[in-house]
Design a protein around this ligand. Structure first.
Ligand SMILES: [Zn+2]
Length: 160
């Protein structure tokens, strides 16, 4: 077995009316959407951060500055593709991804298969190696008040 490394990611975005809600690379039908410099896809952002962390390559804001106009409104799938390139340049491949989305509403479970399919395609890995879980926070805190969405992600990468 090659050298294996673990990575971790955490991110938060505000939820507001009048914004599209992008999550796991797909658009979720909902009255609110996530606010951010990019398309504010919190799941993709934590995956990027976990991958970069595992490879000791700083974080998503370091590579794609949130003050740089070229990233304004950008599809986060493009950022994820770039992160995968950076990893592969360093000789790493992805072992598996385990993530959790924290959101009060809407129910995310019905959308998870489509997110997995989308992310597997973008990353060029097997759907079987991507786990996406969802939880509410029992109406507690900013997630519970539907003011925001957060996510966590752990990844394992391997150098052949
Ligand atoms: Zn983010």
């Amino acid at each position: 077995m090659g050298k294996i490394r673990v990575g971790f990611g955490y991110d938060v975005h505000q939820l507001k009316e009048g914004y599209d809600f992008w999550l796991g690379g797909i658009q979720i039908p909902f009255e609110k959407g996530a606010v951010g410099h990019s398309d504010a896809d919190v799941l993709i952002h934590v995956i990027c951060d976990a991958l970069l962390g595992a490879a000791n390559m700083r974080d998503i804001g370091f590579h794609f500055s949130d003050t740089d106009p070229q990233y304004k409104g950008i599809d986060s799938k493009i950022l994820l593709k770039d992160v995968m390139l950076l990893l592969r340049e360093k000789g790493y491949q992805v072992g598996n991804i385990d993530s959790t989305i924290c959101l009060q509403l809407p129910k995310i479970n019905p959308h998870i298969p489509e997110m997995k399919k989308c992310l597997a395609e973008v990353m060029g890995i097997d759907e079987e190696d991507i786990s996406i879980k969802a939880t509410t926070t029992e109406k507690l805190g900013f997630v519970g008040r539907q003011e925001g969405v957060s996510a966590y992600c752990a990844v394992l990468i391997e150098k052949k």
